[in-house]
Ligand binder design. Sequence first.
Ligand code: ZN
Length: 276
Amino acid sequence: MTEAAALPGQPRGGVVSGRATARAYCVLAPNPSAMTLDGTNTWIVAEPDSGLAVVIDPGPLDEGHLRAVIDTAERAGQRVALTLLTHGHPDHADGAARFAELTGSSVRALDPALRLGDEGLEAGDVITTGGLELRVVPTPGHTADSLSFHLPADGAVLTGDTILGRGTTVVAHPDGRLGDYLDSLRRLRSLTVDDGVSTVLPGHGPVLNDAQGAVEFYLAHRAHRLAQVETAVEAGHRTPAEVVASVYADVDRSLWPAAELSVRAQLDYLDEHGLI
Ligand SMILES: [Zn+2]
């Protein structure tokens, strides 16, 4: 779920299904839109030479896509043993129940309502399916239930909608909160600085090979927008819609409803911090 589909200086390359790292393979779902960029990236992650795969975000309820994911894994000699969700937005999670039915795998997510099977998913959990190591990183802010998955063997992190391959993400007020989101970006930055993460495998858009640069860009962008919102309020713009029209004038109008969610989150943040 994007707030600005592309920003000056960002790569505009398209996304194709295919191998991104030694352990991660992308199958692009056929749901492109202003909000989902090229469509949802469904990730198949497996240890090389293992017969077991983990799928992250089956995507929308699209039978052809779900079967394509299974076929792709099978061609690599893998059976889908586990399904994980980065968060509950429908473009990531709507296909999960059907996918679990087709694969016989359980679905693990932070939100209990999205789980199928006995196991949840929490901060600090480590997934070890088929010898793979995936560490669960809490990254609330886009939504309250957003998670990222650290894949240490490939120096990569799967970020769902917390960092996108292009543009910037929505802080989906009121569930998403800006203070949480900034903390999550800092958590991801420490993965890039302290834990050798160099690659972002996002939920939409192309793979990013400068993870630290991407996180710094997102932090700078949020600070810039926040200052703009503060200025707009000081200039007398009061309602979220007025602030959007002032601050997001450079963004396609089809994205303004999403931008308004982010503005509401920013107004909350400024209010809570006594800045307006
Ligand atoms: Zn989302």
